[in-house]
Design a protein around this ligand. Structure first.
Ligand SMILES: O=P(O)(O)OC[C@H]1O[C@H](OP(=O)(O)OP(=O)(O)O)[C@H](O)[C@@H]1O
Ligand SMILES: Nc1ncnc2[nH]cnc12
Length: 175
């Protein structure tokens, strides 16, 4: 089962990047090409009944499986990046996450009005990051069709913050 495989392969690192945080390190997962292929297929399978026009992945770990998922679904990929990285005209949104704060940006022509956007990231913690990404999607008059994650830290209740944007939140490994 994919959930057990991901949980067995992940590495917990205590007190990174701040004391008290148990960091879920996905680099051992990336080291296993068969598991990576299984993850990409499992992410796509969860979304089989949902209309998706574009996958948006969040810098940086959301890029790793985000592009693979877009390829699997045969739809375009849009990078949502940390401030100051995108070269063309952008819109911005600031947010707090489990261990800090940051600003996300997307190109102002990244989504067309009415498009159905799947937001992908490696991990859902407090939900601050994907709420900011969702606001960017809505600012460009597109819809959040669903969220997909490899991992969710459900004890932090990030899912509750997402229901006002989309009822569809999927994760492969729940803690
Ligand atoms: O649900 P939240 O509390 O918002 O936290 C989740 C976010 O935190 C991590 O990203 P980070 O900002 O550490 O960036 P990285 O992907 O570049 O490592 C992770 O990849 C998610 O994007
Ligand atoms: N505990 C955690 N491990 C890895 N990435 C994270 N992003 C936010 N919280 C995290």
């Amino acid at each position: 089962m994919i959930e057990a495989k991901i949980k067995q392969t992940l590495r917990d690192v205590a007190d990174f990047p701040k004391p008290g945080i148990i960091f879920k390190d996905i680099t051992p997962v990336l080291h296993d090409p068969i598991l990576c292929a299984e993850i990409t297929q499992a992410l796509a399978l969860q979304l089989a009944d949902i209309k998706i026009d574009v996958v948006a992945g969040i810098e940086s770990r959301g890029f790793l499986f985000g592009l693979a998922l877009a390829q699997e679904l045969k739809v375009p990929f849009v990078p949502i990046r940390k401030a100051g990285k995108l070269p063309y005209k952008t819109i911005q949104q600031s947010y707090d996450l489990e261990y800090g704060s940051a600003t996300l940006e997307v190109h102002e022509d990244a989504f067309k009005p009415g498009q159905n956007v799947l937001i992908h990231d490696d991990l859902l913690a407090t939900g601050g990051t994907v709420v900011a990404a969702s606001k960017l999607v809505n600012l460009l008059q597109a819809n959040v069709a669903a969220y997909s994650f490899l991992i969710s830290l459900d004890f932090l209740n990030g899912r509750d913050r997402l229901t006002s944007f989309s009822p569809n939140t999927f994760s492969l490994a729940k803690f």
